[in-house]
Write a protein that binds this ligand. Structure first.
Ligand code: HEC
Length: 181
């Protein structure tokens, strides 16, 4: 019975978010807070932006990062200047390959290494999990397994590197043109 009520409340929250046009994290997190990479994000999510990571020497890039947001997140962010609850951000990490093309020396996405996933969670839904906190759920997935994370502790494995973006809710928003007007 209690479970029934909890599930009814959860359902109504999902409907409320759906009414806002914001996709909830429900599709990437199970009840226990385990995340996975959704199958269809390349066709249903919206592109936020991309990053080229320079090689230590030479003119090539060594990696490409391509970042997507779940449906409705861009509109909500432009309106409210914050990420809505349930917002999912996915960062693809590619090995880059470089060649001479008619436009110049060009690096492009090659083999996929894996994905970083963040899910906005204002309610602190999983206080006992080492993969949730500071307003988000956090996980990395190797390309070989999009349903099981290798991350065990977001504070050790994610947060320190995101400190420079702390003022913008831990997200490197400067790299994402659609979030700006
Ligand atoms: C070595 C430092 C480093 C580590 C470790 C790291 N990140 Fe990031 N992350 C960054 C930087 C810098 C960016 C933006 C530029 C880029 O992609 O190179 C970024 C971008 C992202 C993005 C795209 C949205 C945004 O914040 O701009 C996601 C999602 C993300 N990281 C999730 C994670 C998760 C989850 C973990 C831990 C499992 C993690 N990151 C660990 C440095 C790091």
């Amino acid at each position: 019975m209690i479970l029934g009520i909890a599930s009814a409340i959860r359902q109504s929250q999902l409907r409320a978010n759906a009414a806002d046009g914001v996709s909830t994290g429900a599709s990437v997190a199970d009840r226990d807070g385990h995340l996975h990479v959704p199958d269809d994000y390349r066709t249903t999510y919206q592109l936020l932006g991309s990053w080229a990571i320079a090689a230590e020497d030479g003119r090539a890039s060594k990696e490409f990062h391509v970042v997507y947001a779940s449906p409705g997140v861009i509109d909500a962010y432009r309106r409210d200047k914050r990420f809505p609850d349930g917002a999912v951000l996915i960062k693809e990490v590619f090995k880059a390959s470089t060649s001479e093309m008619t436009t110049g020396t060009v690096s492009r996405a090659d083999a996929l290494k894996g994905w970083f996933v963040m899910v906005k969670d204002t309610a602190n839904s999983h206080p006992d999990s080492a993969l949730w906190g500071d307003g988000w759920g956090w996980s990395w997935f190797d390309a070989s397994d999009r349903s099981k994370t290798t991350t065990t502790d977001y504070k050790a494995e994610c947060l320190a590197c995101h400190v420079p973006a702390r003022a913008s809710d831990w997200v490197y928003v400067d790299g994402y043109p659609p979030l700006k007007h």
